[in-house]
Design a binder for this molecule. Structure first.
Ligand SMILES: [Zn+2]
Length: 70
């Protein structure tokens, strides 16, 4: 009489595999920046790791997209 239903999946699997390299690089930077006190400090020294991640993201964007100007 009573059917045993298969359990629902608890949560969607991480969608990282579906992200483009640009999105992965961006989420990597954001993931670092939100937890990094140096990145969040306004008048502190620039964060080397944050800059590296941001530069990687920018270069990916530059390689993918045509420049908006000219
Ligand atoms: Zn940082």
């Amino acid at each position: 009489m009573s059917e045993i239903r298969p359990p629902q999946p608890a949560a969607d699997p991480p969608a990282r595999a579906n992200l483009s390299p640009i999105q992965q690089a961006y989420s990597k930077y954001v993931g670092h920046a939100v937890g990094c006190q140096v990145c969040r400090s306004v008048d502190g020294e620039p964060c080397t790791e944050g800059e590296v991640l941001w530069e990687a993201y920018r270069q990916l964007r530059r390689g993918r997209q045509a420049p908006a100007r000219f």
